[in-house]
Design a protein around this ligand. Structure first.
Ligand code: THU
Length: 133
């Protein structure tokens, strides 16, 4: 995995902000954008897409993991999430689980409290390893 120091987090935030500008959030009025680096060097992104049946709304991370798989799979290494003002946002609990599936405990998250591994944001995570144990 690329060391944190070599990663241009500000560039990744710019990608997330651009993705956020495409959000469909007419019900919450709360657009979200996310971006991540993949272990083969790809950069992927996503935005939230809401629904008139509120509970069916898709978080931005849903779009991101879908794009990950569609564009060739791989492992997430670095992730950032921004709100409608472009400020850093922590991913919701469900989305931490989505990220865990494709990044594992070492995935680095760009949070308001600094760069943190997912293991600190989702301790004792349930994951694919439990099913194969
Ligand atoms: N949202 C995300 O897209 N990702 C998160 O991690 C937090 C919440 C979206 C869902 C909903 O469309 C809006 O933010 C308000 O909750």
């Amino acid at each position: 995995m690329t060391p944190t120091a070599d990663v241009d987090w500000e560039a990744l935030r710019t990608v997330a902000r651009e993705a956020m500008s495409h959000a469909y959030a007419p019900y919450s009025g709360y657009p979200v954008g996310v971006a991540a680096l993949v272990d083969d060097g790809r950069t992927i992104s996503g935005c939230n897409v809401e629904n008139a049946s509120y509970g069916l709304s898709l978080c931005a991370e849903c779009g991101l993991v879908s794009e990950l798989q569609r564009s060739g799979g791989g492992r997430l290494t670095h992730f950032t999430c921004v709100d409608g003002r472009g400020a850093l946002l922590v991913p919701c609990g469900r989305c931490r689980q989505l990220l865990y599936e494709f990044g594992g405990p070492e995935l680095l998250l760009d949070t308001p409290a600094g760069i943190l591994p997912l293991s600190e944001m989702l301790p004792q995570a349930f994951g694919p390893g439990h099913l194969s144990a």
